[in-house]
Design a protein around this ligand. Structure first.
Ligand code: GDP
Ligand code: IMO
Ligand code: MG
Length: 421
């Protein structure tokens, strides 16, 4: 069974937690797109881990993890993440593989990301400033550097020198400070030595595992509405966060994928700018007061609102979601009444799918259906049938409105606070 797991909303749906749960039945976990803009939280007992580039499956002993070709890698950040895990007793040797064709995030990508956001002012995207957009931009422009370059010092230095020259000119035009070639060369070559043992041809390795009937789990990063093609462009990230990205990002063909799991919260959140039709201050205030919904990567407060079934229906369609994992049900425990957006009103007409134009989307108004709350703590519940009837009905309605089968319910950040539906 090869499974693709994707975020069905705007990221931070709880993918890390669900990956950790599903890893029990998998042999290999693969990150195939995005970079260290991702922040995937896994809580095991008193320990809390936030993974940025390394698949969340690394926390289960014996499982292998792959960072494949579609990911953009900041080598310095990756070394830091590896060392951080090693310090906490997680063994990585012979368990982590990194694709030699993954592209590098370089310091000029981060600086350009920062400068572009600054210059956009009120129109900024609200990026994580990790250099993701400029790195994927270089990949598409065929001016990127890859891991395979990094581990060959002479090649790397020659290519880097040319790239620094061009990017310093870009930085200057944007009002940023130029970078020193020597400094970047030194820090990156030092990181290369640490990464070298992990770097390999992951396409060939993964196919060998398939021949041996191993089960692969693809850990999507970000979410459907941050997808470069299907998201609320330009308020998106720069990769295909939807199911197809797992194929192009790893070299595993579509017909080898057996199922797609969509992860979604029982409400909606978004961090960064861009349309969020169901945004609701009262929901944000309630969740923030509970100490929840602060970004795992940047610490920014997430914008929160009601569940948007127009969005998740579209997510089901573009990803081919078979099964749903609904997280954070417990976040709604105290509410007397819960709203769910079931359609949009656009120019006086009822519409069922989100318009592609941001201006068009912004003039839409959500049409809500009200659900009674359950006003009971669900965090200790471990069986679907033990949930309050109102919570069961709410979850069933979310799955029906989205159009996929409800499979997993999560009522807390801990591994154990999860059950099958
Ligand atoms: P990801 O990026 O999709 O992996 O999600 P994040 O880790 O960025 O954000 C999800 C947050 O919700 C994290 O703090 C998780 O620990 C937490 N979380 C996940 N599922 C649940 C749940 O069912 N209930 C509660 N209370 N927290 C959850
Ligand atoms: P995980 O994997 C939530 C958002 C940023 C910004 C936009 C573009 O943890 O769900 P970028 O730095 O990628 O150029 O930023 O995308 N964003 C995320 N939001 N979760 C994420 O990852 C995100 N990764 C990027 O906030 O709005
Ligand atoms: Mg996250």
């Amino acid at each position: 069974m090869n499974t693709i797991l994707v975020g069905a909303q705007w990221g931070d749906e709880g993918k890390g937690k669900i990956i950790d749960v599903l890893t029990e039945e998998a042999d290999i976990v693969v990150r195939s797109q995005g970079g260290n803009n991702a922040g995937h939280t896994v809580e095991i007992g008193k320990e809390k881990f936030i993974l940025h580039l390394i698949p969340s499956g690394i926390l289960r002993a014996g499982k292998k993890c792959v960072i494949s070709n579609g990911v953009v890698i900041d080598p310095v950040a990756l070394v830091k993440e590896i060392e951080g895990l090693e310090k906490r007793g997680i063994k990585l040797a012979n368990r982590l593989l990194i694709s030699e064709t993954a592209h590098l995030v370089l310091p000029y990508h981060r600086k350009i990301d920062e400068q572009r956001e600054l210059r956009k002012g009120r129109n900024k995207i609200g990026t994580t400033k990790r250099g993701i957009g400029p790195a994927y931009g270089d990949k598409a422009a065929r001016t990127g550097l890859r891991l395979i370059d990094l581990i060959q010092p002479k090649t790397f230095s020659a290519k880097l020198r040319a790239r620094i020259e061009e990017n310093n000119a870009i930085l200057k035009s944007l009002g940023g400070e130029p970078l020193s070639f020597r400094e970047v060369e030194k820090t990156y070559l030092a990181a290369a030595e640490k990464l070298r043992p992990f770097v390999t041809n992951t396409v060939v390795w993964l196919h060998r595992q398939l021949e041996n009937h191993k089960h692969i789990l693809f850990e999507g990063a970000q979410g459907t509405f941050l997808d470069i093609d299907f998201g609320t462009y330009p308020f998106v990230t720069s990769s295909n966060t939807t199911a197809g990205g797992s194929c192009t990002g790893s070299g595993i063909p579509p017909h080898r994928m057996d199922r797609v799991v969509g992860v979604m919260k029982a409400y909606t959140t978004r961090v960064g700018e861009g349309p969020l039709l169901t945004e609701c201050e009262a929901v944000s205030d309630m969740l923030h007061a509970m100490g929840r919904e602060f970004g795992a990567t940047t610490g920014r407060a997430r914008r929160c609102g009601w569940f948007d079934a127009v969005a998740t229906r579209y997510a089901r369609m573009v990803n081919g979601i078979d099964e749903l994992a609904i997280t954070n049900l417990d976040g709604l425990d105290s509410l007397k009444e819960i709203q769910v957006c079931i359609a949009y009103k656009s120019h006086g007409k009822r519409i069922q799918f989100p318009p592609n134009d941001v201006a068009e989307l912004l003039q839409c108004r959500p049409i809500y259906r009200k659900f009674p709350g359950w006003q009971q703590d669900t965090s200790g519940i471990r069986h679907f049938k033990k949930l309050p009837i109102a919570a069961q009905r709410y979850l069933t309605a979310l799955a029906d409105l989205t159009g996929a089968r409800l499979r997993i319910v999560s009522v807390g950040a801990q591994r154990e606070q999860t059950f099958r539906a």
